[in-house]
Ligand binder design. Structure first.
Ligand code: CDP
Length: 213
């Protein structure tokens, strides 16, 4: 079983994806970490994030064992990731890695921006998680405060808006709900309600697929 969870920054898709994976006993991959790691490796080798060739080389050499690096969670890492994520060769290099992960038995939940549209278009269930930019900024702001990171709400909101524009506006695999994705707006939902809704959607989809196979 493959479940695709997509959506914009701080929409809650990561928390949701982790809980869904645990609930169904599936592997989980936060695909944003791959793009964050590419940006980190470009910067560590003294390269420029805008240098497409350097980003593509970093993507081809990515080491999946380094994805638990706390540096990938620092403020700024998401924004850096969205710069290298525009490069088609970067996306191509990471695509097969993600597909291989998805194929590992018994299946996986992948969260990102293009899982339902490009990486796993045949996923058994697709959910596109959204929330207003203000709600998402508030969540990310509280998360950063909880980790004693310095950032103002206004800065976080500005970064989220910039990232939304860059991710939705790029030519290569733009952030977009798949035609067959369930839209889950979590602006007024707590995590428990969002989780229960998502589980219901998945069970319905998997049941329907089972009947049509
Ligand atoms: O956690 P958050 O939603 O803030 O970000 P993330 O999922 O870690 O993604 C960081 C950046 O990586 C995004 O803004 C996208 O530019 C890029 N990304 C992507 O292009 N495709 C994916 N499947 C996942 C992330």
């Amino acid at each position: 079983m493959i479940i695709a969870i997509d959506g914009p920054a701080a929409s809650g898709k990561g928390t949701l994806a982790r809980r869904i994976a645990t609930h169904f006993g599936l592997h989980h991959l936060d695909t944003g970490l791959l793009y964050r790691a590419v940006a980190r490796d470009v910067q560590r080798s003294g390269g420029d994030l805008e240098d497409a060739a350097a980003a593509a080389a970093a993507a081809r050499a990515i080491d999946a064992a380094t994805l638990d690096d706390p540096a990938l969670r620092l403020p700024g890492a998401g924004e850096a990731a969205s710069i290298v994520a525009r490069v088609p060769e970067v996306r191509e290099a990471l695509r097969e890695m993600q597909r291989e992960f998805a194929r590992r038995p018994p299946g996986a939940v992948l969260d990102g921006r293009d899982i339902g549209t490009i990486v796993c278009p045949d996923a058994d269930a697709k959910i596109y998680v959204t929330a207003t930019p203000e709600v998402r900024a508030q969540r990310r702001y509280l998360e950063l405060q909880g980790r004693c990171e310095r950032a103002s709400y206004a800065q976080v909101l500005a970064e989220i808006r910039r990232r939304d524009d860059r991710d939705a506006g790029r030519a290569a695999s733009p952030m977009w709900p798949a035609a067959d994705a369930f839209l889950l707006d979590t602006s007024n939902l707590d995590i428990e309600t969002a989780f229960n809704t998502a589980v219901g959607v998945i069970l319905r989809k998997v049941g329907q697929r089972g009947r049509t196979r």
